[in-house]
Design a binder for this molecule. Structure first.
Ligand code: NDP
Length: 329
């Protein structure tokens, strides 16, 4: 395993990490979740990602039980939660001081830990002043309940605004963002955010490296039994992936097969290693519906040195979606 600094912070996160969206509760109970986390941990993974909204809190409950059973030293791993979608009532959602406070404490309880290493604002909240959110996060940091706070899928200008407010008022600035980043989804990470890595030292814990499985090639001949797209709660995702645009992406994944074959690997590993090639990625959050997928996907580390400039250019030609270079004023 390789360890990378989380942006300009001193925290070293494993280049691969492990998350529980969709999988914990809907596809895995405590035992397979624990098994998957053990494989990850034994492979050097030190960051486990979660959120209050995942399976309406059930995912954090499962991860908390798994962490307890695993019995690892609290100083040997990092665990996160995210706040935004906590419930239907006005007080249970968004990024108000109240919901941030309540969500943090509820996550600590479900995860059975005393502090969250990383705590993310899961989306921007246009109804709450950014200053209120920054102060609520800063206070949790001051109280020792959160070590690093960050955002997820915030526009670059709002991340800059939060950073500026924090700096001006001597509060803790955001350390990291959690954006989607994969071969099929590049514009925000490689374009919109590009100034933030240098200017504010933003770290990035990127999600859906396999585009929910599309990049493995598993959807080329329809939807396989037991895969994410068969889950009743994720009909919206199935609709998106089987749309015309989604089908074009499935076709792109087919074209990548020859590259993977020539490297003696498979497309899942190729797609994960491709994300790791980007130095602005602090960690690639893996998802897995079975422990065997964790074992398999950890091998992406070994593939990384094989992604030479020539191979990357070959992939670039197939993808044909390199974001335009950023405008420098
Ligand atoms: P991926 O895009 O990597 O999808 C993972 C899924 O792909 C697995 O659950 C499995 O689904 C399938 N898969 C994985 N490995 C293989 C393999 N080797 N061969 C075939 N199929 C495979 O990541 P996720 O979308 O799961 O996202 C990862 C994490 O990122 C989440 O757990 C979460 O922590 C975070 N996240 C954050 C978001 C945010 O808004 N901040 C949003 C989404 C995710 P199956 O077997 O069911 O087909």
């Amino acid at each position: 395993m390789e360890y990378r600094r989380l942006g300009s912070s001193g925290l070293k996160v494993s280049a691969l990490s492990f998350g529980s969206w969709v999988t914990f509760h809907f596809q895995m109970g405590v035992d397979p979740a624990l098994r998957s986390m053990e494989i990850a941990y034994d492979g050097g993974i030190n960051f486990f990602d979660n959120a209050e909204v995942y399976a309406a809190g059930e995912s954090e409950l499962i991860m908390g039980q798994a962490l307890k059973k695993a019995g690892w030293g609290r100083d040997t791993y990092c665990v996160s939660s995210k706040v935004y979608w906590g419930g239907d009532l006005p007080t249970q959602k968004g990024l108000s001081r109240k919901h941030i406070h309540d969500a943090c404490h509820a996550a600590l309880k479900r995860l059975q830990v005393d502090y969250l290493d990383l705590f993310f604002c899961h989306r921007p909240d246009l109804d709450t002043p950014v200053e209120e959110t920054v102060r609520a996060m800063h206070d949790l940091v001051q109280q020792g309940k959160v070590l690093y706070w960050g955002t997820s899928e915030w526009p670059a200008d709002q991340i800059m605004q939060a950073y500026g407010i924090a700096r001006q008022q001597n509060m803790t600035p955001p350390t990291m963002e959690q954006p989607q980043y994969n071969m099929l989804h590049r514009d925000r990470f490689e374009g919109e955010y590009c100034r933030l890595y240098e200017e504010i030292g933003l770290g990035a814990t990127i999600w859906s490296p396999l585009a929910s499985g599309v990049l493995t090639g598993k959807y080329a001949d329809g939807v396989p039994d037991g895969s994410r797209l068969t889950l009743p709660d994720y009909g919206w995702l199935k609709e998106r992936i089987l749309s015309d645009e989604g089908k074009a992406q499935i076709a792109k994944a087919e074209e990548l097969k020859t590259v993977a074959d020539d490297l003696g690997t498979n497309r899942a590993l190729l797609a994960i290693a491709w994300c790791l090639k980007n130095p602005n990625v602090s960690t690639v959050i893996l998802g897995a519906s079975k422990p065997e997928q964790v074992t398999e996907n950890l091998k992406a580390m070994e593939l990384l040195p094989k992604l030479t400039d020539e191979v990357m250019e070959r992939i670039e030609t197939i993808l044909g979606n390199r974001p335009a270079p950023p405008i420098r004023w």
